[in-house]
Write a protein that binds this ligand. Structure first.
Ligand code: GLU
Length: 459
């Protein structure tokens, strides 16, 4: 056999392996399109890894990594303000504990189902590995819609949710945090209920806690800031910076708010943001004070922004935000919010960089469009890893019963984002995908987890 034929055979063997395992995943998890989407994206980029290291195939690492260690679903009954009993479905997917306790947020949103939680949990395995910190992958949530609920309803729901979840978590077992629909208020209620059930103060059981009771400074800002730090690294490589650039950020929740804040601090003009009803365009640059007041204090809709800023415009519907010309786009709202058509418009308008602040905000068609046109692309599991990284720093502070300053944590966050960028670039180069951070992040995260799994035997 010639050397070339041997290389081709190895490649074909790796491709066949990846394809076969993907078929099994689809069969075993029918109708879970978001889960299939994320698994396919990761699997496809791993072909050269199996080609070079057949031991991962021999050890059936893909089969194992795509099967959660544990999936928990449970009933969440609660009583609404009218006295009516409501029932929601709760989830916790404990996906992989090879490098640390399961770690990942909780999402409260009506769209939550097994597919959504599994896609998020699967992403989390690699994202958490990329941070360089000892955290495994998990995710949870409920198909509960917090929109329009009173504070009392939120508390009763959250307490009922924790009553069941508490059996499955712990500071060295599984450490949930926030995600869409779960912010400081919900984490507070979850923590209070956990403490009451367990009868002890296990601060490290949840992250994203208030600063007065075990939370870490910079955790609130971390995901948004981290996404911008990551984009800054990408821009630096081609001699650009955020200074003077025009930025569009979707969403107006925790990730977007602090992405807007950091981008503005670094000299960018952020001209648009959105919520699930529509988006605002402010050519003067968004007033973050107004957005924070509307979203963090009044819990109102983004359309009310134009009441205070009449020169700004409000548009109903979300997808139109991507037709605003910009240098940098930061999708920070939700999954699949940029499809191929939106990506084509962004490219036609000259976008230079994309930073995924949300989880899987770009469809695979959109990602290909960006890569084809050499738009800098920071994939979610790398670009938005700052949130969970600071969560791990919160756990470290809880274990040692000390608190670091804002500056200390922010400095560590910047270093972590730079390291993630560098390790993704290096893995992409090492495995034949120069400049492709999607592949680089997948590979760097995968190798770390796969090696730990092999070292720990068949479990
Ligand atoms: N939900 C966030 C994420 O998608 C944060 C998770 C955490 O802090 O555990 O990474």
């Amino acid at each position: 056999m010639t050397a070339i034929t041997e290389i081709n055979e190895k490649r074909i063997q790796a491709e066949d392996y990846v394809q076969a395992v993907f078929e099994t995943v689809k069969k075993r998890n029918p109708n879970e399109s978001e889960f299939h989407q994320v698994v396919k994206e990761v699997f496809d980029s791993l072909v050269p890894v199996f080609e070079k290291n057949p031991v991962y195939m021999e050890q059936s690492i893909l089969e194992r990594i795509a099967e959660p260690e544990r999936v928990i679903t449970f009933r969440v009954p609660w009583v609404d303000d009218q006295g009516k009993v409501q029932v929601n479905r709760g989830f916790r997917v404990q996906f992989n504990s090879a490098i640390g306790p399961y770690k990942g947020g909780l999402r409260f949103h009506p769209s939550v189902n097994a597919s959504i939680i599994k896609f998020l949990g699967f992403e989390q395995i690699f994202k958490n590995a990329l941070t360089g910190l000892p955290i495994g992958g998990g995710k949870g949530g409920a198909d509960f819609d917090p929109k329009g609920k009173s504070d009392g309803e939120i508390m009763r729901f959250t307490q009922s949710f924790m009553l069941e979840l508490s059996r499955h978590i712990g500071p060295d077992v599984d450490v949930p945090a926030g995600d869409i629909g779960v912010g400081a208020r919900e984490i507070g209620y979850l923590f209070g209920q956990y403490k009451r059930i367990r009868g002890c103060y296990e601060a490290g059981v949840l992250t994203g806690k208030g600063i007065g009771y075990g939370g870490s400074l910079t955790r609130t800002e971390a995901t948004g800031y981290g996404t911008v730090y990551f984009v800054q690294e990408m821009l630096k490589e081609i001699g650009l910076s955020l200074k003077g650039s025009t930025v569009v950020v979707s969403g107006s929740g925790n990730v977007s708010t602090y992405a807007i804040e950091k981008a503005a601090q670094l000299g960018a003009k952020v001209v648009a943001c959105s919520d699930s009803d529509g988006y605002i365009y402010d050519p003067n640059g968004i007033s973050l004070d107004t957005v924070k007041k509307l979203k963090e204090v009044e819990r109102e809709r983004i359309r009310d922004y134009v009441k205070e800023h009449p020169h700004a415009e409000y548009f109903e519907g979300c997808s139109g935000i991507w037709s605003i010309p910009c240098d940098i786009a930061l999708p920070c709202a939700t999954q699949n919010e940029i499809d191929e058509a939106a990506a084509e418009i962004l490219v036609a308008n000259g976008v230079k960089a994309i930073g995924e602040g949300a989880n899987m905000p770009c469809t695979s068609g959109a990602i290909n469009e960006f890569l084809r046109n050499t738009v800098l692309f920071g994939p979610a599991k790398a670009a938005n890893a700052g949130g969970v990284a600071v969560s791990a720093l919160e756990m470290a502070q809880n274990s040692s019963r000390i608190s670091w300053t804002f500056e200390e944590v922010d400095e560590k966050l910047q270093q972590i984002m730079t390291n993630i960028y560098r390790s993704s670039v290096k893995a992409a180069e090492d495995y034949g995908y120069p400049g492709n951070l999607v592949a680089g992040a997948n590979i760097a995260g995968f190798i770390k987890v796969a090696d730990a799994m092999i070292a720990q035997g068949v479990i």
